[in-house]
Every structure is written in structure tokens, then in C-alpha cells.
Ligand binder design. Structure first.
Ligand SMILES: Cc1cc2nc3c(=O)[nH]c(=O)nc-3n(C[C@H](O)[C@H](O)[C@H](O)COP(=O)(O)OP(=O)(O)OC[C@H]3O[C@@H](n4cnc5c(N)ncnc54)[C@H](O)[C@@H]3O)c2cc1C
Length: 370
């Protein structure tokens, strides 16, 4: 049994935990507590790794806007390669998806209507007769998620943070002005507990004697299939059905295809539902003129949403020094730079830049407390 005294204990070493650890280590003693044998095993290691500025509600978009310069101006010593690489995003709608497409166009900046012929010129496998409307956003990028996550963990460790793996939280108790945190192999005393437990965040709250917020993990899966023969796919944009029936994008010479499902589940090590995948691949095949002959591999992950689909980042007013950093939904990577900074500054109780300060009420866990 190890006994550790620290300033800040962070439950979860996904992108959220790693980002806030990198913000705080060096100035505070930080311990990251991760149940798996390696950080990033759950949602962070299973994403589609895309940055879409027009994705999500107004708060998500503001977080994404604030994250863009942090991605682009990232410390070159920590991140020698660019974290964002140009991809582009093409929305297509069939007749049933026209109203959804109109909604997207009305609410988006930099998303431009294009013709079906222009869409097919960008992605020649699309069936023109299935395209009732199309729109293109140039400013969408691939994110190097592994580089970001590993870079932040390196920075945190460089600042003295310790990462405990195979350390599931058993319980946490506020006693004598400190959090007393138990894992099977350690007892940790911390001033502040940060709940960055992804799909398990409500469970971690319960295990800490804190009222959960009603977060819902939703499963989403991805299949990797060979590129259509004879086509150079690397310059293709991400192509998404406006009605969210599927999306696909090139990745390392293969195609990622997602059924874009949102299925509420209990937190667990997510796996693909074969029927859901088969239906998604069928919808994809209706939109393109190449069949899926082989799925090389596939995986599922959990996108965890608060009831208003906005992340939760802030101290809980009902539990002393309990900080929520959860509910990142399908945008947890692209918003991570801004959310990590906001969380770090909030924990330091230091002023935030105006654009982030304006988001604090929308992100606060207190919006769910009556
Ligand atoms: C298929 C898919 C596609 C996606 N595509 C994108 C995308 O293109 N762009 C984007 O921005 N986002 C995307 N996302 C969302 C993104 O992956 C998540 O929002 C993000 O990874 C959440 O990070 P996190 O650190 O909160 O969660 P996680 O990465 O799940 O980390 C939480 C960690 O907490 C640990 N933990 C939980 N409970 C305990 C406990 N009791 N004790 C100790 N440790 C614990 C877990 O083991 C886990 O490692 C996608 C997600 C999926 C599934």
C-alpha cells in the first residue's frame, strides 16, 4: 500500500485528465489516478480525431474557437509536428435530409452550399442521384490525438505529476479538509479532487459522496475498410450524411466509416454491436457506388453527454473542492485545449481570458443543482 500526499488528485487519464494535469503540474503536486493499465484506453483512444468548428451548440463552438489558436500555436518542443492537418468536411443530404441540411447551413460559419457535381468531384464514389443538397466546410482538420495526449502526459510528468495506472477509485471521502482517496493499492490525501472520469464521471461522483449530474454515455462505433481500388483517397474530406446516418473519412490509406449511432449505455469497455454496424454500412453503401467487401477492424467508444449536451467544468457548490471535468460528448478532443486551460485556471482560482470567462456559467455543474 502506498500513501501519497498531494495538492490535486485527478481521476481519469484520458484527454481531459491529461490536459488539466499538464496545466497544473509544476506549480502543484498532481496525481493522476487511472483504472486501466494505460492512459487513453477509453474514449480518447477511440475517437474520429476530427476538428469541426461548426459542431455542437454555441458553447461547444466557442470552446472550439478558443481551442483553435492553442492547437495551432502549440509549444513546438512538446509537439514537434503540427497537431492539426487540413481535411475539409463535406455534408451531403438525400431528399429526407434536406431540412437537417438547411439547419446546418443556417447555423454554421464558413459552410458553403455546393452542387452535387462539385461534391462528386471532391469524392468520386458518391452517387450523384442520392445528393439532393451538399455543403462544404474547408476549415475542418484531423487532430493528432495521440501526440496531444502523450505530449500533455509528458508535460505533466515533467512537472512532477505521478500517473498511477491500474488504480480504480474505490471511494473518496472529504475528511479533515482533505479528500481521502482509496484505490486497491494506494491511499491518497488531496486538497482538490478532479473528476475527469469520462463515462464513469457520475459513478465517481457517487463513490465520492457527491450527487451525480445525469451524464449519459452513448456508444458510437467505427469500422476500418480498405480504400476503394484505384482511387487516391488521401485528399478526400470527411463526408457526413446531414441527417447523421453515417460519416466516413480517409485515414492512413484506409476508410473510417461510422454508423454515427448514439446509443445510451452504462459505462463499460465499449464494443461494436454487429447489427448496428451492418445497418450503418448499409446506409453508407446506399450513398456511394463502391461496396464494402471487408471490414479490417472496428471499435466502439463512449461519448458522454450532460442533459444539455454541454460539458461540465467547474467546482461543485455542494461538495468542497470537488471539480467536474466531464460530459465532453463527441467534442472532447477538439475542445480540450480550451477546456484544459479553463479548468486549470479555475482550479488555481485565477482570472480567465474574456472568451472563456463568458462560458463559465454554461459549463458550471451548478446549472443542474436546484
Ligand atoms: C467513435 C467516437 C468518435 C469521436 N470523434 C471525436 C472527434 O472527431 N472529435 C472530438 O473532439 N471528439 C470525438 N469523440 C469524443 C472524444 O473522444 C471524447 O469526448 C473524449 O475522448 C473524452 O475524454 P475524457 O478524458 O473525458 O474520457 P476518457 O478518454 O474516456 O477518459 C476517462 C478516463 O477515466 C478513467 N476512469 C474512469 N473511472 C475511473 C475510476 N473509477 N478510477 C480510475 N480511473 C477511472 C477511464 O479508464 C478513462 O481512461 C469521439 C468519441 C467516439 C467514441
Amino acid at each position: 500500500m502506498r500513501y501519497i500526499d498531494t495538492d490535486i488528485a485527478i481521476i481519469g487519464a484520458g484527454i481531459a485528465g491529461a490536459g488539466v494535469a499538464a496545466e497544473l503540474a509544476g506549480d502543484f503536486k498532481v496525481v493522476l489516478i487511472e483504472q486501466e493499465d494505460r492512459p487513453g484506453y477509453h474514449s480518447t483512444g477511440r475517437s474520429a480525431a476530427t476538428f469541426i468548428r461548426n459542431y455542437g451548440n454555441a458553447t461547444i463552438r466557442a470552446l472550439s474557437r478558443a481551442s483553435a489558436p492553442l492547437f495551432e500555436g502549440a509549444d513546438r518542443t512538446l509537439f514537434p509536428q503540427p497537431l492539426l492537418v487540413q481535411r475539409g468536411l463535406l455534408y451531403v443530404a438525400d431528399a429526407d435530409g434536406l431540412s437537417k441540411q438547411a439547419e446546418l447551413l443556417a447555423s454554421a460559419d464558413g459552410l458553403l452550399e455546393i452542387s452535387a457535381a462539385e461534391a462528386v468531384a471532391k469524392v468520386p464514389v458518391l452517387r450523384p442521384e442520392k445528393i439532393a443538397a451538399a455543403a462544404y466546410e474547408e476549415d475542418a482538420q484531423d487532430i493528432d490525438v495521440a501526440a496531444l495526449h502523450e505530449g500533455w502526459l509528458r508535460k505533466a510528468r515533467g512537472g512532477g505529476a505521478e500517473v498511477l495506472t491500474k488504480a480504480p477509485l474505490l471511494r473518496a471521502l472529504r475528511e479533515g479538509g482533505k479528500w481521502e482517496i482509496e484505490t486497491p493499492t494506494s491511499r491518497i490525501r488531496a486538497d482538490i479532487l478532479v473528476n475527469a472520469a469520462g463515462a464513469w464521471a457520475d459513478r465517481v461522483a457517487r463513490e465520492s459522496g457527491v450527487e451525480p449530474l445525469g451524464l449519459t454515455p452513448m456508444r458510437r462505433s467505427i469500422a476500418v475498410v480498405p480504400a476503394p481500388q484505384g482511387l487516391d483517397i488521401m485528399g478526400w474530406p470527411l463526408v457526413a450524411d446531414a441527417a447523421e446516418g453515417w460519416y466516413f473519412k480517409p485515414d492512413a490509406g484506409k476508410l473510417f466509416i461510422s454508423p454515427a449511432e448514439e446509443i445510451p449505455v452504462e459505462p463499460h469497455d465499449a464494443f461494436v454491436d454487429d447489427m448496428v454496424m451492418a445497418e450503418g454500412l448499409y446506409r453508407f453503401e446506399q450513398a456511394v457506388d463502391v461496396p464494402v467487401t471487408r471490414v479490417e477492424r472496428s471499435w466502439a467508444g463512449l461519448r458522454t453527454f450532460a442533459p444539455d449536451r454541454t460539458p461540465v467544468a467547474g467546482f461543485d457548490s455542494t461538495a468542497e473542492n470537488f471539480f467536474w471535468l466531464a460530459g465532453h460528448g463527441g467534442y472532447g478532443i477538439q475542445t480540450a485545449p480550451a477546456l484544459s486551460h479553463l479548468a486549470g485556471q479555475s482550479i488555481r482560482r485565477t482570472n480567465l481570458p474574456d472568451d472563456l470567462a463568458a462560458l463559465v456559467p454554461a459549463l458550471s455543474p451548478d446549472r443542474f443543482r436546484s
